[in-house]
Design a protein around this ligand. Sequence first.
Ligand code: B12
Ligand code: SF4
Length: 490
Amino acid sequence: MRILLASPESGVWNSRKHIHMGLGYLAGALLAHGYDVTIWDAAVEEAFETFEQHIRRETYDVVGISAPTPLIPSAWKQAETAKKSGAITILGGPHLTLMPHESMEQPAVDLVVRGEAEVTIIEILAALEKDSGIIQEGNQPRLFQKAHMGNIFGLSWRDEAGKIQHNPDRPLAQDLDAIPFPAHHLFKIDRYTNLNPLTDGLNPNARAYTIVTSRGCPYKCTYCSKPITGDTWRGRSVANVIAEWRWLVEDLGATEIGVTDDIWNLDRDRAKELCQALIDNKLNHVPWVTIHGMKVNNTDAELFKMMKAAGCKRVGFGIESGDDAVLRKVIKKGQTVDMVRNAIKWAKAAKLQTMGFFIYGMPGETEESMEKTTRLALELDPDLAHFLMATPYPGTEMWDMLQREGLVEPGNWDKLAIQEDKALFSYGGLDAEVVERKWHEAHRRFYLRPKRVLRIATRKDTWARFPYYAQTALSMLAGIGKRDVAPTAN
Ligand code: B12
Ligand code: SF4
């Protein structure tokens, strides 16, 4: 069986292209079971060949497509294209785990997988080998036999009568060390950019791989959508992580590594052990970054010193707000502004570059609380500040609250990908226009300080990628045109 794993269009991420670890893990599992698998990631393929052209050129028996919420409309389009070619279509990933029924109602989608899928995908292929589905004429949905599909946990499918069935959820994998490494070698790594092109210091042409050392996060921030892992946390053993890290550095020539865990420092002792192991194994010459933020309340001065010695170059922090009441009651972050101050102080003392994520316009915020956030950004002065406007994703407390108030409704999912500098809702006494004004103002006050302007102007990368930076600056500072979006963070 020939299998294609695809990630749909992702124009919003044109400045920063990460390998897709979900597809990497699935491909790793498939290879371990002897299947023939190809990865097609729109982020790096579309400039060369469209999905349609690829599907016409190659023939696949099964096409699996991954989608977070904003990409689900593109995933449905890809499924239509794949289905026309005769392939069996399977969708999986965060949005499918939240809303499987919605996608099962799409005629071009044959199967939907909810949750972690390294085992599910193998069980599906085994079932397909027994029962290739009642293939219907044209673009009709495929129907399957209960005997084969009915016992696969985490699967949604259509029975022989055409009724959509949702099997029970699959429990999360308990032993992450038992999961095969992601198929890093299948990615066209030369086409991916470095992990943080918005900042200086890292090589824009790096061979940048990412690694997941743990899965999940037990915190319950009200904006965070965690459909796959819920409120759990599972760490890989240090030895297992080091074995993958060594593969990336010694065999695949990684020159930059991004740790993409939700919260890689939840277990502080384990985080320190990992740093020590990177040093002991002489893997600390390749720079690495914590892409999505560390949790500030699980840090201490020693951790940052060890990270520096282990090769870490830059740390990101989910700072979110400069107002303790907002952190406690609105975002429910489990951290205080003083904890943020300490973490940034310790990281800077260890000579690590710092990056902060700040949110504007959470429901329950005021103009004053947003002002406190801007002042905190100025006070902390991280090397890079990402200012974001609150985005309601389904599966979050924020979404549920706004939906109850009639301020958001399902559908229009692609609007959640890029905000085009527009706040997505007005809540309580806070108008969307005020949020937008404070958001633009934060960029101006942070980035237009003379020392910042000088620093940006003297950076090689600024001039090498001038059109992109000019457009982003116009958009963020003056609200003109489209901008690139920043990632979510802890
Ligand atoms: C790294 C990351 C990124 C990176 C890379 C994304 C990528 N292409 O992989 C970047 C920075 C580009 C990014 C961007 C965005 N991200 Co992001 N990202 C993450 C992060 C931190 C880790 C993802 C990861 O590697 N997980 C590890 C792998 C193993 O898990 P996985 O990808 O979920 O895959 C498993 C299952 O989902 C399933 N599966 C996945 N795909 C498929 C496909 C098939 C066919 C099958 C059967 C199964 C299956 O099987 C996999 C193996 O078990 C997650 C948080 C998280 N913990 O998931 C957020 C997360 C996925 N991102 C999120 C969001 C919102 C975004 C953005 C929309 C942000 C924005 N405002 O623009 C963009 C979307 C851009 C895009 N084109 O995808 C949300 C998604 C929420 C939702 N409801 O969809 C998450 C969950 C963060 C959060 N907690 O809110 N992100
Ligand atoms: S934002 Fe970060 S800390 Fe908060 S729940 Fe999500 S992953 Fe955990």
